[in-house]
Design a protein around this ligand. Sequence first.
Ligand SMILES: [Zn+2]
Length: 89
Amino acid sequence: MTARNSAITARLRARIAATKAACHICGQPIDYTLKTPDPMSFELDHIIPLAKGGTHDATNTAASHRTCNSIKRARVVAPIVKRSRSLDW
Ligand SMILES: [Zn+2]
């Protein structure tokens, strides 16, 4: 990540933290005093992943719990889990 990018990230995080927004994935409130790597801490989530062409700005970012964010990311690998039959859906 470039220095310019992390400056934008810091601004986006501060902007969301100031609104005390709830997690946009599970809808529950976020305790903004918790720090990484606490699973319930605040993490900036890209609504459309950067890898899929999402933008790194206020229109494409929202508040999420660290744990919700990682669950969302894990869905990308879900079909592999399904094929291995370790989870029978
Ligand atoms: Zn959440």
